[in-house]
Design a protein around this ligand. Structure first.
Ligand SMILES: [Zn+2]
Length: 102
């Protein structure tokens, strides 16, 4: 874990701002919506505290990986519709097809 706040890598929303996760956390009797993300959300990446909400996951083309898929940085859509990733680790914008991440 690190001290970055848990956010969707695409829309940048916190879990408590996304109705789907608020409802799911209540259904799972968890104390916080963040707990739902860290315990139940398959795209949650503990190394950067990013996940993708369901709407955004569809938007970026439902990427998959051999051992599950997790966002490795923040996503931005450029003017031509290409999805780019801002990888904070290398501090640069990379133009790659998010579907190849795994
Ligand atoms: Zn989102």
């Amino acid at each position: 874990m690190n001290d970055h706040k848990i956010r969707c890598a695409v829309c940048k929303k916190r879990p408590h701002g996304i109705a789907e996760y608020v409802e799911a956390s209540i259904g799972h009797l968890l104390d916080s919506v963040d707990d739902y993300i860290t315990q139940e959300e398959g795209t949650f990446n503990p190394s950067n505290n990013l996940f993708t909400c369901t709407d955004c996951y569809v938007k970026i083309g439902m990427p998959s990986g051999r051992n599950g898929w997790r966002p490795r940085g923040f996503y931005f859509q450029s003017a031509d519709g290409t999805w780019c990733v801002w990888d904070k680790r290398i501090g640069d914008i990379e133009r790659r097809d998010p579907r190849v991440y795994g």
